[in-house]
Ligand binder design. Structure first.
Ligand SMILES: Cc1cc2nc3c(=O)[nH]c(=O)nc-3n(C[C@H](O)[C@H](O)[C@H](O)COP(=O)(O)O)c2cc1C
Ligand code: SF4
Length: 648
């Protein structure tokens, strides 16, 4: 609409002034030529494919670039620094934009971060780094009962529904994922034709609304599930329990956004507001949840089944672990979403104040699975503001096996962080159902951007792992990540947090973990009893702020050796596992269960982590990718240190 107004207005003005110039005094030629030039610029803007803003708002869009241009000056004096913008700072955004364009995103002159500030984290590199890996590290999703395991990338596209995303955004991400050999998760809005269009690997997610697999009463429909989950593109199924930005809230899609297409994809009436209930009807207890996992695995003919949650009550998560043990059924993966995660729309109170932040939730889930002797059967994914190779490696050290990213992928397809996703007026067509806006998002171009962003980011993660002297993520240890806790003291993650040994929960852990484990009941979710919770029961600091001597971390602790904590942990781990009454079955599918589609060799690697810790599950794979063009290091358009990040 705006585009047409601009073009027609300029056309009328040009014709009128030209006529006046031809018929009247020569002075009319000045405005006539001016309007003609503006019209030419507007036509060029409307037809070019590179800048979505200009395609939708020819000429006017330049105002945005102009304002962005003077913004650094305003910002420099009054508002934000490169590293403290919200939710994603300029350094993060410019990195995504540069990589999406095929540049590594190198910067000049050194860090802008205060490396002595408490909270600053850094990796411990080796004097003898390894060469960067030729192949991408992959992570096998597939526990003992899985018959069609999937080797996932370290970074995949996190759940975002068609409905919250435009069809062009879904298509572009699908194309990028297909080109790059990684997975796209559907979001709870259902598996649509756009998720199948380019042949990407798909994680099919559904939530409490069972969209796309529901009966007329809105309950789970096994037959529809069987049919869709057996599609070859569906590599894994994810039950959404909760989402970091709005845990405990069902989604709401306003009737105005429920187009015929969306109604068909979700199996709901067109034009009516579409609400997913706060909780699932397919299960009401931890045991029923785990039986549901087993049912889905059978219906899908043995595909990896997982669930996603933003951690709330530790007691409830431990109750789920107890249910796994008693039923002898485990999900193949769990994805932990952080409270800092994104959403298409949610109340600010929920975004700001409900749910556990990612690092805390991830460490809690990792610890619970290790302590319950289940960790080696389940792969852990995580999501929450992951944009860089540094984020990937950091979260692997904290307990994850693989990462999911939503908003960075949105940026790769053109999101400029206008934060208007809930208005249906996204200026670059990413989160709108308005065809006049999403037409600007060119699927072919943005698909390539997604592929490039993913490839360069995963490569950077591999490079960092090599720099730390490791050949595989399995070899990373918690000593390799340190955090400044005061201006003069750093502590490694090994010392900073309490880490349970495999099976330790069965031995009776003193304090919060033990109490919560005793209270956890596999036959009820203990709403209203989240437990007496101290996250880091051990705590790094004494009340006086002095780090106990045993926990002090100085240079020597950075290079794990045979006698290091990791080595000791391995010995303890082996002891604890043999004592654990759960007698967990071995992780990973038996060789005969591995489908012909996934014949990859098992490369357990010489892990220095305690048994049962992330990455130790046999089956983590290296897969060879097609050689990609060598990226340039510096994006010539990235002037983010002086100007706005090169806009998408
Ligand atoms: C527009 C949008 C839509 C989303 N829709 C879903 C959804 O349908 N299901 C879900 O589990 N998570 C959904 N999420 C959450 C993301 O999958 C992800 O867990 C979260 O945003 C954290 O990742 P990020 O920080 O990389 O964005 C959505 C996020 C965004 C930004
Ligand atoms: S540009 Fe703004 S409205 Fe569009 S997806 Fe990004 S944050 Fe949402």
């Amino acid at each position: 609409m705006v585009r047409l107004l601009i073009l027609s207005g300029l056309t009328v003005a040009t014709i009128a002034t030209l006529l006046a110039a031809v018929l009247g005094p020569w002075g009319w030629w000045i405005p006539a030529v001016g309007f003609l030039l503006l019209l030419l610029v507007a036509v060029r803007d409307a037809t070019q494919r590179r800048h979505s803003v200009l395609r939708n708002f020819p000429l006017l869009g330049h105002m945005r670039f102009f304002l962005e241009k003077i913004r650094p000056e305003i910002q420099q004096y009054f508002i934000e620094r490169n590293y403290d913008g919200k939710p994603f700072d300029r350094d993060q955004r410019s990195l995504v934009y540069s990589r999406a364009k095929g540049f590594k995103g190198d910067k000049a002159f050194g860090t802008e971060l205060d490396v002595n500030e408490p909270g600053y984290e850094y990796f411990v590199q080796s004097v003898a780094p390894k060469s960067a890996p030729q192949d991408e590290h992959r992570v096998r999703l597939g526990g003992p009962d899985c018959r069609q395991p999937y080797d996932a990338s370290l970074l995949n596209i996190s759940a975002m529904s068609f409905g919250s995303l435009s069809k062009n955004a879904v298509l572009a991400m699908n194309k990028g994922a297909a080109m790059g050999g990684f997975a796209q998760e559907t979001g709870e809005g259902g598996l649509t034709e756009y998720h199948l269009a380019h042949g990407a690997d798909i994680f099919w997610e559904f939530g409490s609304g069972y969209f796309g697999t529901r009966d007329e009463n809105g309950h789970f429909d096994p037959e529809t599930f069987r049919e869709k989950s057996n599609l070859p593109q569906v590599k894994a199924v994810n039950i959404k329990l909760s989402q970091g930005a709005k845990p405990g809230l069902g989604g709401v899609l306003p009737g105005s956004k429920v187009t015929a297409e969306i109604a068909a994809a979700r199996g709901v009436p067109e034009g009516q507001t579409c609400i997913s209930p706060a909780s699932h009807s397919a299960f009401t207890t931890p045991r029923e949840l785990i039986r549901f996992v087993a049912q889905l695995r059978e219906l899908s003919n043995g595909k990896p089944i997982g669930f996603k949650l933003c951690v709330g009550s530790r007691v409830e998560f431990l109750a789920i672990c107890k249910a796994m043990i008693e039923e002898d059924v485990t999900p193949d993966f769990i994805i932990v979403d952080g409270a800092e995660g994104g959403t298409g729309a949610a109340p600010l109170e929920y975004q700001d104040h409900v749910g556990t932040p990612l690092v805390e939730g991830l460490i809690l889930v990792h610890n619970a699975l290790v302590g319950a002797g289940l960790r080696e059967r389940i792969k852990l994914g995580c999501a929450g503001k992951i944009t860089s190779g540094h984020d990937i490696v950091r979260h692997i050290i904290q307990g994850a096996d693989f990462c999911m990213s939503a908003r960075a992928m949105m940026m790769a397809v053109g999101c400029i962080q206008a934060q208007a996703c809930h208005t249906n007026k996204c200026p670059v067509g990413v989160t709108t159902q308005d065809p006049k806006l999403y037409r600007a998002l060119d699927v072919a171009d943005k698909g390539e951007r997604v592929e490039r962003y993913h490839r360069l980011t995963v490569e950077e993660a591999g490079q960092i792992i090599s720099t730390m002297g490791c050949e595989h993520p399995e070899e990373l240890t918690r000593e390799m990540l340190r955090r400044k806790v005061t201006a003069t003291q750093s502590i490694s993650y090994e010392s900073l947090y309490q880490w349970l040994r495999p099976g330790e929960l069965f031995e009776g852990v003193e304090g919060g973990w033990g109490e919560d484990w005793d209270y956890a009941d596999p036959d009820r979710f203990t709403a209203g009893h989240p437990g007496k919770y101290v996250f880091n029961d051990r705590g790094p600091l004494t009340p006086g702020g002095v780090i106990p001597a045993a926990d002090r971390e100085f240079a020597l602790a950075g290079a794990p050796s045979a006698g290091s904590t990791a080595g000791a942990g391995a010995a303890e781990g082996a002891r604890a596992t043999s004592n654990a009454p759960a007698a967990p079955r071995a992780a990973g599918p038996a060789p005969e269960q591995v489908s012909a589609e996934h014949p990859g060799e098992s490369t357990p690697g010489a892990s220095r982590r305690p048994e049962g810790e992330p990455g130790t599950t046999p089956g983590a794979q290296h897969t060879v990718r097609d050689p990609a063009p060598e990226p340039g290091n510096v994006d010539p358009a990235d002037d983010s240190r002086t100007r706005n990040p090169g806009l998408a």
